[in-house]
Design a protein around this ligand. Structure first.
Ligand code: SAM
Ligand code: SF4
Length: 376
């Protein structure tokens, strides 16, 4: 059985017809760029290359997978390169993250990166991946112009890894992480989602392992973006709990570097002396915590998202999305596409509303799209 990818309801400006979603135009005189009504400007672009994936992480996908998009519904390499060009050259995008689904399953990934790099020699281009196949692809990706990599790794134990991802591929992911480092794709960042009773107790060991190897680990609070709709506030591990779990072995102190709109709050990490409970020894590295649910950073959000089928999402939790690819395929000019993108971002909500209401409260409704179908 496959699960249908639900489409958002309540589109802004879409009326009740079934035509393409069109955002209401922003007021005349709005400056050029991906501005919203609250004075934020998106300069960080997250672009999803595919909705497909070879894992089934419990917090993201259902066991049976999702119904994949038809090939012709997904942006081609040339379309992606054009959309990035408009974002960078016309609208002030300064950073690009390629994601999915699993970006490494795209056969033309190296060509896409080479194509983008050819037009934007200085653009930081990173990728978020589950690491499967990275052992072979890290060097070609680096040669094509990829700047950096984020690999998702929730556990160092085969059994726990398989429970979380529903696949026995831990070795492949670890080989991928090593290859990324060896290929010069550092600093390698690792993303971990903690699930209560499954991998939460492992978190200090995971951090020790990452620090030993010079990887920057970031813990992400589980968000209500799983296709199974199994998220509960009570069961999620909060940022405060993560700090508590890590304090078993470590003392976290503030990181002096400016956060600068980054989703992760970074901490400097030192060993905890078990006798005194005080910090002992030098700073070993940093750890990040992305507390989207309990300590949201919406007021400083700088992200704009494009789904694999070329829809603009102004927020991970948007229930509104606007079609860029359809317009492009109708023959729209770069100026028209830039207008659509700016109008869509103008409609960005002030905040996701989860922090104070909780799921199920009237002003927060879980989006129909799962994380893999948005591009996390
Ligand atoms: N497949 C790639 C991967 O796993 O890195 C890229 C796409 S994945 C959707 C991007 C990131 O979103 C991963 O780090 C994953 O752990 C995270 N993620 C997925 N579902 C999540 C959820 N419900 N809450 C928090 N993070 C989630
Ligand atoms: Fe796939 Fe990434 Fe979602 Fe896991 S988190 S199922 S690897 S898209």
């Amino acid at each position: 059985m496959s699960v249908q990818l639900g489409m958002p309801q309540l589109p802004v400006g879409a009326g009740t017809g079934s035509g393409p979603l069109v955002p209401p135009p922003r007021p005349a005189g709005t400056p050029v760029g991906l501005w919203d009504r609250y004075g934020r400007r998106a300069t960080d672009m997250r672009l999803s290359l595919t909705d497909k994936c070879n894992l089934r992480c419990t917090y993201c996908m259902p066991a049976e997978g999702l119904e994949w998009l038809a090939k012709q519904a997904v942006m081609t390499g040339d379309e992606i390169i054009r959309i990035v060009r408009i974002g960078v050259a016309e609208l002030g995008v300064r950073e690009l993250r390629l994601t999915g689904g699993e970006p490494l399953v795209r056969a033309d990934l190296v060509d896409i990166i080479a194509g983008i790099r050819g037009e934007h020699p200085d653009l930081p281009i990173s990728i978020t991946t589950n690491g499967i196949g990275l052992d072979k692809k890290a060097a070609p990706l680096k040669a094509a112009g990829l700047t950096r990599i984020n690999v998702s790794l929730d556990s160092l134990h085969e059994e726990t890894f398989a429970k979380l991802t529903r696949r026995p591929f831990l070795d492949r992911v670890l080989a991928g992480v090593d290859a990324a480092w060896a290929a010069g794709l550092g600093p390698v960042k690792l993303n971990a989602v903690l699930m209560r009773g499954i991998n939460d107790e492992e978190s200090p060991d995971l951090l020790a392992w990452a620090l030993d190897r010079g990887y920057e680990l970031r813990f992400i609070e589980q968000m209500p973006l799983d296709a199974d709709h199994g998220w509960t506030r009570r069961n999620m591990i909060t940022a405060a709990e993560i700090r508590g779990l890590l304090s078993r072995d470590f003392v976290l102190g503030p990181d002096p570097r400016a956060r600068d709109g980054a989703p992760a709050e970074r901490f400097q990490v030192r060993r905890r002396d078990p006798k005194t409970s005080e910090a002992a020894g030098p700073v070993l590295g940093t750890v990040g915590i992305i507390a989207s649910v309990t300590e949201p950073f919406c007021s400083d959000c700088r992200r704009t998202r494009i789904t694999a089928e070329g829809k603009i999402m102004s927020c991970l939790f948007s229930r509104e999305e606007f079609d860029l690819l359809g317009l492009l395929r109708q023959g729209a000019s770069d100026e028209e596409l830039a207008e659509r993108w700016q109008d869509a971002m103008w409609a960005k909500p002030k905040a996701h509303g989860m922090d104070h209401t909780g799921l199920g409260a009237p002003d927060f409704v879980q989006p129909d799209r799962s994380m893999s179908a948005i591009g996390g």
